[in-house]
Design a protein around this ligand. Structure first.
Ligand code: C5P
Length: 205
């Protein structure tokens, strides 16, 4: 069984995808990490994220990069949304994601284009959303928990900037697949979001 989970930044899609993987005992891939690894490599090599050729060179990142905690920072997230708009970067990461999705026994993947590009044939597709304010509130609390003093307004502005870039690009923009089920996590606890996600997968499979 292939489960595709898409949605904007800080929508809760990662939490939902991890819980689904546990529930169905399937391997899970957070595809945002791949774009974040490219972004972190661009930064480390002092390349230009806006230059497609530079970003493509960084697709050959060291596998150890994937475990680096720096990938989770908002700065790397913003850079990731710049490098991920290049069609050749998306092409360079495509086969790896398709292979993961179509491995024997199935998988859960979360990202922006899983249900539309990576696994249009997925057995279940979820699109997780929440209002920008609520996503910013969650991200802000998470950052504060890690000792950051960033303001709520800055977090909200960053989320809006990333939404605009991810939805506005021409290569695999963030759109809900026609056959995806919508999960609005705005007013749901984590437990309620997960329960709803399992119910939606059961309806589709
Ligand atoms: O999900 P996450 O916030 O880790 O993703 C970081 C960035 O990587 C996103 O803002 C998006 O631009 C890009 N991305 C993408 N396609 C995916 C996953 C992430 O373009 N499947």
């Amino acid at each position: 069984m292939i489960i595709a989970v898409d949605g904007p930044a800080a929508s809760g899609k990662g939490t939902v995808a991890k819980a689904l993987a546990r529930h169905y005992n399937l391997p899970h891939l957070d595809t945002g990490l791949l774009y974040r690894a490219v972004a972190a490599t661009v930064r480390r090599m002092e390349l230009d994220p806006a230059e497609e050729a530079d970003a493509v060179a960084a697709c050959d990142f060291d596998e150890l990069t994937l475990a680096d905690p720096v990938l989770r920072s908002d700065e790397v997230g913003q850079l990731a949304s710049i490098v991920s708009a290049h069609p050749l970067v998306r092409a360079a990461l495509l086969a790896r994601q398709k292979r993961f999705a179509h491995q024997d026994g199935g998988a859960v993947l979360d990202g922006r284009d899983i249900g539309t590009v990576i696994a249009p044939d997925a057995d279940a597709k979820l699109f997780v959303k929440a209002t920008p304010q609520i996503r910013a509130r969650r991200r802000h609390a998470e950052l504060q928990g890690h000792g950051s003093t960033v303001s709520f307004d800055k977090v909200l502005a960053d989320i809006r900037a990333r939404d605009a870039r991810d939805s506005g690009r021409s290569a695999a923009p963030l759109v809900m697949a026609e056959d995806a089920a919508l999960l609005d996590s705005s007013f749901l606890s984590i437990e309620a979001s997960v329960a709803k996600a399992i119910a939606l997968v059961e309806q589709q499979r």
